[in-house]
Design a protein around this ligand. Structure first.
Ligand code: AMP
Length: 292
C-alpha cells in the first residue's frame, strides 16, 4: 500500500478501474465493508483519510473526533487498499475556498436542518475529492443516507463521470449501527432504542403500512433518548419528506444519548413491484473496531 499526500501521486499510481472510499478515519467494519465492495469491483482501491474541518458545525465535535493514523493504515492495508490518500489540510485547502458547493432542497430537512453548514462542508470536500482523484466509482455508506442522496446529486449536476455506489449499513449484533462515535456511547441500552424503533418500522412496512405518520410513530414509540432531533420518512432521490410510502424511501432518525449524537435509518427499496426494507448487515460477533 502506498501513502499519498497529493492528488497527483494518486493519479500517477492509477491503473485500471479505480474505486474511491472517502473516510474520516478511525475505521470500523462499516468502512471495511465499503473497502471490500471497492476491492471486489475495482482494480485499484483508493481510500481517502481526511477529517474535514469544514463539515463540523461544532468545534468540540471536531476536537474530539477520534484519530489514529497507524491503526487506520494497518486496517486499510489489510482490507486491500492500494493507495491511502492522506492530504494535509493545506493540500485540501491551500486557501479558504471561495467557491461554494451548495445543494439546496436535498439538504433542507433532517441533518441539514439540525447541523447548519454541515452539508456545504461535505459537498465541497466530496467535489474536491472527485475532481482531484477522478475515480471510476466512489463508495458511500447508506448509514448517511441523506449525504448519499446529496453526493449523487453533486455527481450528476457537476458531471463527475464516475458512478456513485451506496453500500448497506453495517450493524453490531445488537443492532447498533457502527459509527466512529460509538466509543463515546455510555448508555448503550438507550442507544439501542434507535435500531429497535427502525426494526419495528421494518416489520410494519412488511405488514403493508404505508402511512408516514404511522411509521414515524412506530419508531418514536421505541425511542428512549435524551433528545430526538427528528424521525422522518424521506424520498430516496430528493431527500424530501413524504406522506405515503409509495416510492423508494428511507426512514431516518437522529437523537442524543448523553453527549453523543447518533443517526441511523432504514432504507426501503423497490424490489420488483414491492417496497422492501433493507436492514443492512449484522456482524456475527460484536465489532472489534467500533467499540474500542
Ligand atoms: P465517515 O468516516 O464517518 O465519514 O464515514 C465514511 C464512509 O463510511 C461514509 O460513506 C459513511 O456513510 C460510511 N459508513 C460509516 N458508518 C457506516 C456503517 N455503519 N455502515 C456502512 N457504512 C458506514
Amino acid at each position: 500500500m502506498r501513502v499519498a499526500t497529493a492528488p497527483a501521486e494518486v493519479r500517477a499510481s492509477s491503473s485500471g478501474v479505480s474505486g474511491l472510499v472517502p473516510t474520516m478515519g478511525y475505521l470500523h467494519e462499516g468502512h471495511v465493508s465499503l473497502l471490500d465492495e471497492a476491492r471486489n469491483t475495482c482494480e485499484m482501491v483508493v481510500m481517502s483519510l481526511f477529517v474535514n474541518p469544514l463539515q463540523f458545525d461544532r468545534d468540540d465535535d471536531l476536537d474530539r473526533y477520534p484519530r489514529d493514523f497507524d491503526r487506520d493504515a494497518e486496517l486499510a492495508e489489510a482490507a486491500g487498499v492500494d493507495v491511502l490518500f492522506v492530504p494535509p489540510p493545506e493540500v485540501m485547502y491551500p486557501r479558504p475556498p471561495l467557491t461554494r458547493v451548495t445543494v439546496p432542497e436535498v439538504t433542507e430537512e433532517m441533518e441539514g436542518a439540525h447541523r447548519p453548514g454541515h452539508f456545504d462542508g461535505v459537498a465541497i470536500v466530496v467535489a474536491k475529492l472527485l475532481a482531484a482523484l477522478q475515480p471510476d466509482r466512489s463508495f458511500f455508506g447508506r448509514k448517511d443516507h441523506q449525504q448519499l442522496v446529496m453526493v449523487r446529486r453533486i455527481a450528476e449536476d457537476l458531471s463527475f463521470p464516475g458512478e456513485v455506489i451506496g453500500c448497506p449499513i453495517v450493524r453490531d449484533p445488537d443492532g447498533l449501527a457502527l459509527s466512529s462515535r460509538n466509543i463515546f456511547v455510555v448508555d448503550r441500552p438507550r442507544a439501542l432504542s434507535i435500531s429497535r424503533g427502525l426494526e419495528a418500522a421494518a416489520a410494519a412496512v412488511e405488514d403493508g403500512v404505508t402511512s408516514s405518520s404511522i411509521l414515524c410513530e412506530t419508531v418514536a414509540h421505541e425511542l428512549d433518548l435524551d433528545r430526538v432531533d427528528y424521525v422522518t420518512l424521506a424520498d430516496q432521490s430528493s431527500a424530501r419528506p413524504i406522506d405515503t410510502l409509495d416510492q423508494p424511501a428511507f426512514l431516518a432518525v437522529a437523537g442524543h444519548v448523553g453527549d453523543v449524537r447518533l443517526i441511523d435509518n432504514l432504507p426501503i427499496d423497490r424490489v420488483g413491484e414491492m417496497l422492501v426494507p433493507d436492514r443492512g448487515l449484522r456482524l456475527e460477533t460484536p465489532s472489534r473496531l467500533a467499540n474500542q
